[in-house]
Design a binder for this molecule. Structure first.
Ligand SMILES: CC(=O)SCCNC(=O)CCNC(=O)[C@H](O)C(C)(C)COP(=O)(O)OP(=O)(O)OC[C@H]1O[C@@H](n2cnc3c(N)ncnc32)[C@H](O)[C@@H]1OP(=O)(O)O
Ligand SMILES: CC(C)C(=O)C(=O)O
Length: 517
């Protein structure tokens, strides 16, 4: 199978992302991880850009042992000398010389004629070749350059010593077909093209960087350039992890091998995100947090039956934790049952169905249902099975100028009737507890009261614990709700139910409690 090598420029073009500034230590750490990933060429920086970057390029060059380490350089002797100085002790050094070739760049940026560009490109490559065994030459803004001029530049730099010829789509302007055509055209028209590797370097201004890179590979390039997580100047570069996974997953189509250690992808992505401070969006292909997460019931059911129904690649392939079935608004019974089972609950079909209804109600109020939410639902259900008074309504009147008043309606399970009462209190919770005492006819002493958040966010479930005492015996009560006052009422009634059950000799059926593992 044809081989395609990966050129990573996270440490150079990636660092050109606004706000990103990597220390030499960080560059070395990322470079060593890129080497573990099997990246063939690592662009460590732009030695002439600052003494700090020269030092970083030097340190990367000396730390990395297998991959080739290159420095970027403009087509001027000063930059080439700096790259040479930075990489003189590198195990496998190289240089990446560039000069813009497009009419726009020639006219407005460089103020150079075509002939001047040809001469400067050739001279720079000739000098670079004196110092380096591996010389890459890039025709900046090649994507917007006249095709026959690209060929003329190529025919000047190849004899001067370039061994890699890169045609970047610097401003992310081309369509995949147009980009592929450039390489096909050059292969047909450049004398000596077989002596060099052709390379693709794409930017993502129109969201086509990965598609363009793949089109270039189809057109026969042997090297693809990009960055981890697609970071880089403006909208960024081609995301190498996406290119790698497209080639691996669709090997049947592309028919190329990369030799990359794909299992290192997730780790590399996390490291780059952490060190650059550039967060990976959840829906990002391959490495986003949701790339292997399934939320909807129909998909989750399919996944549980066979993962190939909704996954074209496995998270393990990129060294990622297993697929996540996220329980939420769109989940169905299969996924819910699977979750209960994985948490160690053994419930009857009837219990599961009843809980599923509540779970659906909860998902209308809460975006993502976590394991703790499920545990709370199950425990709440069990509490109800031992229930004597069931809370129907809690209603509060509160104002900073008035006495808090609570109205409580409970269902008396034994006598099958609704009971109403109201009471005032020192505060909202006190008013609720006093109204519950009245409606149940019980009098309990509150000895402890704790509030905890079960899950995260403003829509989190709140959990209230109470400890009640009556006639020297204490019981605990627990209530859960997205509203903390409702959770308080539930906890208190739970405690009262236990007091009554105990007094009436009705042993709480705690032995039957399904327990989470
Ligand atoms: C497409 C790319 O990503 S290219 C890489 C872009 N990366 C960077 O620019 C990051 C590092 N850059 C830097 O630190 C600085 O720009 C430096 C140190 C390289 C140069 O700084 P300065 O000397 O102050 O020049 P400045 O950046 O303002 O302007 C660039 C100069 O280089 C010239 N130039 C641009 N590209 C090239 C090139 N490939 N070869 C030769 N000269 C070039 C410009 O025409 C301009 O020259 P002028 O001063 O005669 O008008
Ligand atoms: C230096 C070149 C390859 C570049 O980064 C670009 O054109 O985007």
């Amino acid at each position: 199978m044809r081989k395609v090598q990966f050129f990573d420029t996270t440490l150079r073009d990636g660092e050109q992302s606004p706000g990103v500034n990597l220390s030499a230590e960080e560059k070395v750490a990322i470079a060593l991880q890129l080497e573990r990933l099997g990246i063939h060429v690592i662009e460590a920086g732009f030695a002439a850009s600052s003494p700090g970057d020269l030092d970083a390029v030097r340190r990367v060059g000396e730390a990395v042992t297998h991959s080739t380490v290159v420095s970027l350089a403009r087509a001027v002797p000063g930059d080439i000398e700096k790259a040479r100085e930075a990489l003189k002790n590198a195990a496998s050094p190289g240089i990446h010389v560039f000069l813009a070739t497009s009419p726009i760049h020639r006219k407005y940026k460089l103020n150079m004629t075509r002939e001047e560009v040809l001469e400067q490109a050739e001279a720079a490559v000739r000098l670079a070749r004196k110092y380096f065994d591996r010389v890459e030459f890039s025709m900046e803004d090649g994507g917007r350059t006249e095709k026959e001029f690209l060929c003329q530049v190529a025919e000047r730099v190849i004899p001067a010593g370039a061994d890699v010829l890169n045609i970047p789509d610097t401003v992310g302007y081309l369509t995949p077909e147009e980009y592929g055509d450039i390489f096909r055209y050059m292969k047909q028209h450049v004398t000596g093209i077989e002596k060099v590797k052709l390379s693709a370097h794409c930017h993502d201004d129109l969201g086509m960087a990965v598609a363009n890179s793949l089109a270039a590979i189809e057109a026969g390039v042997e090297q693809v350039e990009g960055t981890i997580n697609g970071i880089g100047e403006r909208a960024g570069n081609a995301a190498l992890e996406e290119v790698a996974m497209a080639l691996a997953t669709r090997e049947d189509h592309y028919q190329v091998s990369t030799g990359l250690n794909l299992k290192e992808i997730a780790k590399t992505s996390r490291m780059v995100s952490k060190m650059t401070g550039m967060l990976v969006p959840g829906n990002k292909a391959v490495v986003g947090a949701n790339a292997f997460a399934h939320e909807s019931g129909i998909h989750q059911d399919g996944m549980l039956k066979n993962s190939s129904t909704y996954e074209i690649m496995q998270p393990e392939t990129i060294g990622q934790e297993a697929t996540r079935l996220v329980l939420g608004k769109h989940s169905g019974r299969h996924a819910f049952r699977d979750k209960l089972k994985s948490m160690g609950y053994q419930l009857t079909d009837e219990q599961t169905d009843q809980l599923f209804g509540r779970f659906k109600e909860l998902t209308d109020r809460k975006k993502e249902v976590e394991d703790e939410d499920i545990a709370s639902l199950v425990e709440e259900k069990w509490a109800e099975e031992t229930e004597i008074y069931h809370l129907e309504t809690v209603q509060l009147t509160y104002g900073n100028q008035s006495v808090p008043t609570a109205f409580i309606r409970v269902y008396d399970v034994r006598n099958q009737q609704f009971l109403d009462e109201a009471a005032c209190g020192n505060g909202s919770v006190d008013a609720i507890f006093q109204a519950i005492d009245r409606v149940t006819g019980e009098k309990a002493k509150l000895v402890d009261f704790k509030i905890a958040s079960v899950t995260h966010g403003t829509d989190a479930l709140g959990e209230v614990y109470v400890k009640l005492e009556q006639d020297g015996a204490t019981v605990q009560g627990r209530g859960v709700s997205t509203d903390i006052l409702e959770a308080s009422a539930r906890a208190y009634i739970h405690g009262i139910n236990r007091i009554v059950a105990r007094r009436d000799g009705r042993a709480a059926r705690s032995a039957e409690v399904p327990v989470g593992s």
